[in-house]
Design a protein around this ligand. Structure first.
Ligand code: CP
Ligand code: NVA
Length: 304
């Protein structure tokens, strides 16, 4: 059966742990100047229906460094923009490439593509989930702390795709996760229901940023306006989200050795201040680099 990565629920906890270790090994190998070309002769199609800097560059460079090739397809520049179905697109691409990465809107779109594909489909961000991001984030946490044992991670801000994937990771790996989102901007209902149903007491959902940050070793945030939400009432949103800004005052509640993560791009002065983003606790650029290493491990696992 073809393996896909549509959310982190498609990987077991053991698989995620192995993948994180492999990513760190690949990073060290790269630094040592050693090459590994397990994907020689393989190709990855990358469909982008939303903009990207990190995801596109990291997937494209990852395929190159593993000996393969990546090709970029935009909605407008391909027949998707003229209404060719996701299923037909998947059937055609499956005849020519060894994997398909997709960045799109509703989860249904990537699900339709995966249902018809006979090669692995990888979620490069949907409205629901951003699993590749959280794999890189976990690599960054492991580099910092060596283990997730005893680690308290928090997420403060919009209950969006990044927040949802942190919850997916906490379900699969069992670490302590505290989430604070404003009322009306909670994580996806499907995840809230799952936490309630399965009694994941190590995952705490609330609306008080100071409570979530208290004693945390890793403080995460993300934009208040995700791609596709640009038309919403921004002024109202900014007022609602103001107490959720990751600034020096909020960071005083975190563990003294806490690190700060942001998937980027940041809206400096909104969800995070310059002072924190450029300060000693920030690991945001290591985190961005780790997209490359995490994706290499993932591509090896799915396409190798
Ligand atoms: N973090 C992230 O996915 O960045 P891009 O939108 O630049 O790909
Ligand atoms: N939540 C953001 C993440 C960007 C990488 C968005 O969906 O726009």
């Amino acid at each position: 059966m073809t393996r896909h990565l549509l959310t982190l629920f498609d990987l077991s906890g053991d698989e995620i742990n192995r993948l994180l270790a492999r990513a760190r090994w690949l990073k060290a190998e790269r630094l040592a100047g050693r090459r590994h070309l397990p994907l020689a002769g393989k190709a990855l199609a990358m469909i982008f229906e939303k903009p990207s800097t990190r995801t596109r560059v990291s997937f494209e460079v990852a395929m190159y460094q593993l000996g393969g090739h990546a090709l970029y397809l935009s909605a407008e520049g391909s027949q998707l923009g003229r209404g060719e179905t996701y299923a037909d697109t998947a059937r055609v691409l499956s005849r020519m490439v060894d994997g398909i990465m997709v960045r799109t809107f509703e989860q249904d779109r990537i699900a339709a593509l995966a249902a018809a594909a006979t090669v692995p489909v990888i979620n490069g961000l949907t409205d629901l989930s951003h699993p590749c991001q959280i794999l890189a984030d976990l690599v960054t946490v492991m580099e910092e702390r060596g283990t997730l044992e005893g680690c308290r991670i928090c997420y403060v801000g919009d209950g969006n795709n990044v927040c949802n994937s942190w919850i997916e990771a906490a379900v699969q790996l069992g670490f302590t996760l505290a989430v604070a989102t404003p009322p009306g901007f909670e994580p996806a209902a499907v995840l809230r229901e799952r936490i309630a149903r399965d009694g994941h007491r190590h995952i705490m959902l609330g609306d008080d940023p100071r409570v979530a940050v208290a004693g945390s070793h890793v403080v995460n945030t993300d934009t208040w306006v995700s791609m596709g939400q640009e038309g919403e009432d921004l002024e109202r949103k900014r007022a609602v989200f103001a107490p959720f800004q990751v600034n020096r005052r909020l960071m005083q509640h975190a563990a003294p050795d806490a690190i700060v993560l942001h998937c980027l791009p940041a809206h400096r002065g909104e969800e995070i201040t310059d002072e924190v983003m450029d300060g000693p606790q920030s690991r945001v650029f290591d985190q961005a680099e780790n997209r490359l290493h995490a994706q290499k491990a993932l591509l090896e696992m799915l396409l190798g």
